[in-house]
Design a protein around this ligand. Structure first.
Ligand code: PLP
Length: 485
């Protein structure tokens, strides 16, 4: 397939913008000496180019996409339609609040809904992703300890079954990260936690359900141990898909958490954004929240101001607003009945698939799972040199996006499967059959497994080469005729 820079011809294009009617000015900055080499293509070429590109990828609209931890579910189109309404798109963030009352109402209403779903009391919509929310939440924890003059709390405890972003965010927020091991069930080892807490504990970060897809049964005990030591509890709620409407982190004793609107609450992702990772917290952390505090006045109007001791903005303006609109539409369409139904269906679908694959594939943990489960190909790797990667690549030829591979790190040769609630039983049955067929083939022809995929637009990629010698720039011969041979 050609790059768009290699298509078209000089002067070709499509004029969509009318001629300029305001006087031209010359700005006094150094001007480019040579015209930029930009693609010059007709509308037909442009349209075909992007259609070609779309055909070479795999998305939720193409088929099953069980990418564990990522919640690649179908996002109803009505949420897109709502976010495209002109009242939401034709606004400017610096507009006077009296002219954007409807938008403030959306922001205020979704904050209220997210607080209800999480059992928290206040919320900021500013963070632009899950990891960004973690960072924000940790700054709230830091600000709270500092406001009490408690400066020796420098440590954040992170169980080894946490998502990888947890220790990374804690390090970015300038905390020391204390890793504690999981027990044989993949949950927090209470003795290790008791030994780790002390008067230097700023808090604990817990991913729940954790990265092996299990709900920690000792959750109330965990938050109690941390609180007794004077620390705060952070809940990584990126996996809220499994529990929303059923149980609430606030009720489990957590003080602050983030949610991933781009996973659980209907924004397509995988293409790199935009996302949204709101942070919800208990009352006592509210004075430190970043962004705008939106208040409903008695006359029904909305005002926006910054919090008294705000940690400062973590991004510009209020939020990735249109992602928030999608999420609000999703919450309203599901409602009080639909939200728990989505969660129970997500958990049911995962358990259904896990049950059907058990006895053929080896499960990393022999437990009822939440919305995802982890298998280990360690034995296949050992006995026949068939790896998790080989199985994943073979699935591609059957129209299935591979599960998450080699994550979580505590399971060797891991494949992590998250079917999500938007798949039908027929799709799950078909997928199970494909997983079983691929496993049978790997027993008969282990060597062939290293060759997969055969049918995709590109075959197996050189991942080491791509990481070690990345080529991330296209050099046009018109720009630098001598620089390429
Ligand atoms: C996806 C995920 C994150 C990170 O979210 P981003 O939006 O990718 O930054 C954090 N924790 C868990 C458990 C996740 O699944």
């Amino acid at each position: 397939m050609k790059l768009i820079f290699e298509m078209g011809a000089p002067g070709r294009g499509c004029d969509l913008i009318p001629p300029c009617t305001t006087p031209e000015v010359t700005i006094k900055v150094p001007m480019r000496k040579k015209a930029l080499h930009l693609p010059e293509v007709s509308e037909t070429e442009l349209s075909r180019h992007y259609t070609d590109l779309a055909k070479q990828t795999h998305g939720v609209n193409d088929g099953f996409y069980p990418l564990g931890s990522c919640t690649m579910k179908y996002n109803p189109k009505i949420n897109d339609a709502a976010s495209l309404l002109p009242g939401f798109t034709n606004i400017h963030p610096l507009q006077d609040t009296k002219d954007v009352q409807g938008c403030l109402e959306v922001l205020s209403s979704i904050e209220e809904a997210l607080c209800e779903i999480t059992g928290m009391q206040a919320c900021t919509l500013q963070p632009a992703a899950g990891a960004h929310g973690e960072f924000t939440g940790l700054l709230l924890i830091k600000a709270w300890h500092e406001s009490r003059g408690d400066s020796k709390r420098t440590k954040i405890i992170v169980p080894d079954s946490a998502h990888g972003t947890n220790p990374a965010s804690a390090a970015m927020a300038d905390f020391d990260v204390i890793n504690i091991p999981s027990d044989e069930h993949g949950c927090v080892d209470l003795e290790a936690l008791k030994a780790a807490v002390g008067d230097d504990t700023a808090g604990l970060m817990l991913t729940n359900p954790n990265t092996v897809g299990l709900f920690d049964p000792n959750i109330a005990e965990i938050t109690r141990i941390v609180h007794d030591a004077g620390g705060l509890c952070y809940y990584d709620g990126a996996n809220l898909n499994a529990v929303m409407g059923i149980t609430r982190p606030g009720d489990m004793g957590f003080d602050v958490m983030h949610l991933n609107l781009h996973k659980t609450f209907s924004t397509p992702h995988g293409g790199g954004g935009p996302g949204s990772g709101p942070v919800a917290c208990k009352d006592f952390l509210t004075p430190f929240l970043p962004g705008l505090r939106i208040d409903k006045q008695t006359d029904g109007t909305f005002t926006a101001k910054t919090a008294a001791h705000a940690i400062g903005n973590v991004r510009s303006f209020s939020s990735n607003f249109l992602v928030v609109v999608r999420a609000f539409c999703y919450i309203l369409t599901l409602g009080r009945e639909g939200i728990p139904e989505a969660a129970t269906t997500a958990v049911l679908n995962a358990n259904y698939m896990m049950h059907k694959l058990t006895g053929h594939y080896r499960m990393a943990y022999d437990h009822t799972c939440m919305h995802e489960f982890v298998m280990t190909l360690e034995q296949e790797k050992h006995e026949r040199n068939v790896s998790a990667l080989d199985i994943a690549k073979a699935l591609l030829d059957h129209g299935i996006h591979p599960p998450t591979m080699y994550f979580p790190l505590i399971v060797h040769e891991a494949l992590m499967i998250e079917p999500t609630e938007t798949e039908s039983r027929e799709t799950l049955d078909e997928a199970v059959q494909i997983f079983l067929d691929v496993l049978t083939e790997s027993q008969a022809h282990p060597e062939k497994m290293h060759e997969y995929p055969f049918e995709t637009p590109v075959r197996r990629l050189d991942e080491v080469g791509a990481a070690r010698k990345p080529v991330v720039r296209y050099i046009s011969w018109e720009m630098t005729p001598t620089s390429i041979g």
